[in-house]
Design a protein around this ligand. Structure first.
Ligand SMILES: [Fe+2]
Ligand SMILES: [Fe+2]
Length: 506
């Protein structure tokens, strides 16, 4: 039945070419034709999701092949639909340009019918695999267990870096939120929270203070008490956070998006209406924000901040129960009282770093599980695929952060956009140690130190830190790097790659 056939769009102004291609393919595929880029764009706009492949002539009178590729790139269609460019064999320079612009393959005129069909089949199956891989990674991202770490890591880094908070605040809030929610659903079904809801609130809690990226650093790190005016500015972080999340639809899942938004906005509201930004009270405050608000309050108390001393766990619990940090929901206070030992225990369990590593490990293992044939498929390694969006949104640009990952099987080092700009190197570096350009920028000495530290890692001790200096815009800049090695699931002696971040040391 024709409707089950995959659809191929042939774009080119030469009718003979279109007919020839069409003839080779029409037995197996449904063919649509467009005689120019200007005709193709509306088709892409309307029906891109139904297209499996595009044959694109580079030379066309009004909008040429490069115009179409640019349109597709801007609209993120190149990840969705593979493009084979059609050209004459003399056009080697153009072919190179087309690859750069996002084409995946090329065929030359005149067409060999069998070759056209074979190429089409190959590209489609390769692309299907890649898409499947992207889907696996995307799905993983929304599965809390496997993704929370990426999210937490990135956000913790971003917020921690500016807030003068210790790096574990977000993770602690996350742990306490989960404990409180689990107690809460045991006590009452008033809030109608399913396990999925709990998972989503826990993930979304990581974003509670994201609005602080909009507050001046000097204010965030002010060692003395804030003036009234300054406190007003600081309070703005709830609204800014809500706006950031509102502007960027971070999650595909509407529910988690809703939770993230309400948590960012209302985590400083208090049950008696004394909080901010809106002074709403009681059950008008979403339960997600109530719980995260309590978790946040507890963790702030037990850790030091530039403006306050550290309180003991007992002091913190007493202060919250007695209302010194504002009024909380009576049921939640009961949950906190009940769960206090569990909280202490959980926050102390193993080192937080190793918990972190464990999760990175879990993600890495699950990604590589049974996917050994997928190694060479993509320029973007599996780990970076879906987290890339978040990395870009929150951290790298603002903090001039370098995020990297390396896959041993492909010998490819990936760098984030910010690193590309800062270091003025390619984002995808094959065999970095032997890449002249990269070695020059990063420095042989730094690379040797890195490799040395890498050699001391093990499955049990997979991470290391390193400080280094590099020349950025003619200025010697100090960076601190954190790197985690990923290990083969079945062979703990075997490194499969590493992921890491480097951020500026001021
Ligand atoms: Fe906050
Ligand atoms: Fe916080």
């Amino acid at each position: 039945m024709s409707s089950t056939k995959q659809k191929i769009l042939i774009i080119g102004n030469n009718q003979t070419d279109r007919v020839a291609l069409s003839k080779s393919l029409s037995n197996d595929y449904e063919i649509i034709q467009a005689e120019d880029g200007t005709v193709a764009v509306p088709i892409l706009k309307k029906s891109h999701s139904s297209l499996s492949l595009i044959f694109l002539d580079l030379v066309m009178p009004e909008m040429d092949g490069f115009g179409v590729l640019t349109y597709m790139k801007t609209n993120n269609l190149l990840r969705e639909i593979p493009v084979i460019v059609v050209t004459t064999d003399k056009d080697t320079k153009k072919i190179g340009q087309a690859f750069k612009a996002g084409a995946i393959d090329y065929i030359t005129k005149p067409f060999d019918s069998d070759l056209v069909l074979k190429r089409t089949q190959n590209i489609l199956s390769l692309f299907a695999k890649q898409k499947r891989l992207i889907k696996i990674v995307s799905d993983k991202f929304y599965e809390r267990e496997n993704n929370i770490n990426i999210l937490l890591n990135i956000l913790a880094q971003a917020v921690e870096f500016r807030n003068g908070e210790n790096g574990f605040h977000i993770m602690n809030v996350n742990i306490i939120t989960e404990i409180l929610l689990k107690r809460l659903v045991k006590r009452t079904n008033k809030y109608n929270l399913s396990n999925d809801d709990i998972d989503m609130i826990v993930v979304a809690s990581a974003l509670h203070d994201i609005g602080k990226v909009g507050v001046k650093e000097t204010l965030l790190n002010k060692p003395s008490k804030l003036t009234k005016e300054e406190f007003e500015v600081m309070k703005g972080h709830s609204k800014i956070g809500a706006k950031i999340i509102g502007d960027i639809k971070l999650f595909k899942n509407e529910q988690i998006y809703k939770y993230a938004l309400e948590i960012a906005k209302y985590h400083h509201e208090r049950y008696d209406g004394s909080g901010y930004p809106e002074g709403i009270k009681g059950e008008d405050i979403p339960i997600s924000a109530q719980v995260v608000g309590m978790a946040d309050c507890y963790d702030v108390l037990i850790n030091d901040r530039v403006y306050k001393r550290t309180y003991t766990h007992e002091e913190a619990i007493r202060m919250i129960l007695s209302g010194e940090c504002g009024t909380f929901n009576p049921i939640l206070l009961k949950c906190l009282k009940e769960a206090q030992h569990e909280i202490v225990e959980e926050l102390n369990i193993s080192s937080k770093v190793s918990r972190d590593q464990h999760k990175i490990q879990a993600i890495a293992s699950s990604l590589f599980k049974g996917e050994s044939d997928s190694y060479g498929l993509s320029n973007e390694t599996e780990l970076s695929l879906d987290s890339e969006r978040i990395k870009m949104l929150y951290t790298s640009k603002i903090f001039e952060e370098i995020i990297f990952d390396y896959t041993k099987a492909t010998s490819v080092l990936n760098l984030n956009d910010s690193a590309k700009e800062l270091l003025k190197v390619d984002g995808v570096i094959y065999e970095p140690v032997n890449n002249k350009e990269f070695v020059e920028v990063f420095g042989r000495n730094n690379i040797d130190r890195f490799l040395n530290l890498l050699s001391y890692t093990s499955f049990k001790n997979p991470s290391f830190n390193m400080q280094f200096k590099i020349l950025i815009n003619d200025k010697i800049t100090k960076y601190k790097l954190v790197c985690s090695v990923m290990w083969d699931k079945f062979n703990h002696e075997e490194k499969i790659g590493f992921v890491g971040r480097a951020y500026k040391v001021r």
